[in-house]
Design a protein around this ligand. Structure first.
Ligand code: 1PZ
Length: 214
């Protein structure tokens, strides 16, 4: 496992999520997607064992970047405008996947569910005792969030891959913000904005009955 020497600093990534909200408390697509790109960079530091995760995240990021560079790019400037546009244009397959290319709403829903895992995992790291294992914290966060959306084979693969994660303090050092205590302070500052982005997205999707897009 490499350390954070390639300049990937999780702090910058989390700050990107802080810049996601506009004055109307809507979520801006570009920083949201940029935040995910940064998370994937961090994930790659953790080793190739997670490439099955980063491949899927990269594919979803790519779908959103394509929408953002298409003729309809302005419709995708915020999560709110995307939902409005895709629903009004009948672009969201609410019954079964496959017939149309994945909608932005479906794609963001997958990332949104993963954001809940991230929130729980980082919260676990922040509040756990020094001798905890990141692997156990990650498993706990996964079981309480993403696991219920994944078929057995993905759950099995994910849970096995978590075994390579190091001790909690070593993981906090990989974040490249200084000592474990510095990383904890950084998380304390950054987590509220992740929670806010998650809650606003959740409310938006609930309001439009989009939380179960297949
Ligand atoms: C610190 C260790 C990181 C472990 C990552 C924990 C998340 C485990 C997620 C396992 C995903 C497995 C790959 C494929 C999953 C897809 O089937 C699903 C549903 O998409 P669909 O098939 O319906 O199109 N994809 C997802 O659930 C999105 C997963 C994105 C995960 C991004 C993780 C970013 C990690 C950041 C690390 C700091």
């Amino acid at each position: 496992m490499a350390n954070g020497e390639d300049g990937c600093c999780l702090k910058d990534v989390l700050v990107t999520f802080q810049s996601c909200l506009n004055d109307q408390q809507e979520i801006l697509m570009d920083p949201y997607v940029a935040g995910w790109k940064g998370l994937v960079r961090f994930l790659n530091i953790l080793g190739t064992i997670f490439s099955f995760v980063s491949k899927d995240a990269v594919a979803k990021i790519q779908i959103m970047e394509n929408y953002r560079s298409s003729d309809q790019k302005d419709q995708y400037s915020t999560l709110h405008s995307m939902v409005k546009y895709e629903l009004a244009s009948n672009l969201v397959d609410l019954k079964k996947p496959g017939d149309q290319p994945p909608s932005g709403c479906r794609t963001i829903l997958r990332l949104h569910r993963a954001l809940r895992w991230l929130q729980l995992f980082l919260e676990g790291l922040r509040t756990s005792s020094e001798d905890s294992s990141a692997s156990a914290l990650c498993t706990e966060a996964y079981n309480a969030s993403l696991a219920k959306y994944h078929p057995w084979i993905i759950r099995k693969t994910a849970l096995l891959s978590f075994y390579v994660l190091p001790a909690r303090n070593t993981f906090l050092e990989l974040m490249n913000v200084g000592t474990p205590a510095d990383a904890v302070a950084m998380l304390e500052e950054a987590l509220p904005s992740i929670v806010k982005v998650y809650d606003i997205t959740e409310a938006l999707y609930a309001q439009h009955n989009l939380l179960d897009i297949p």
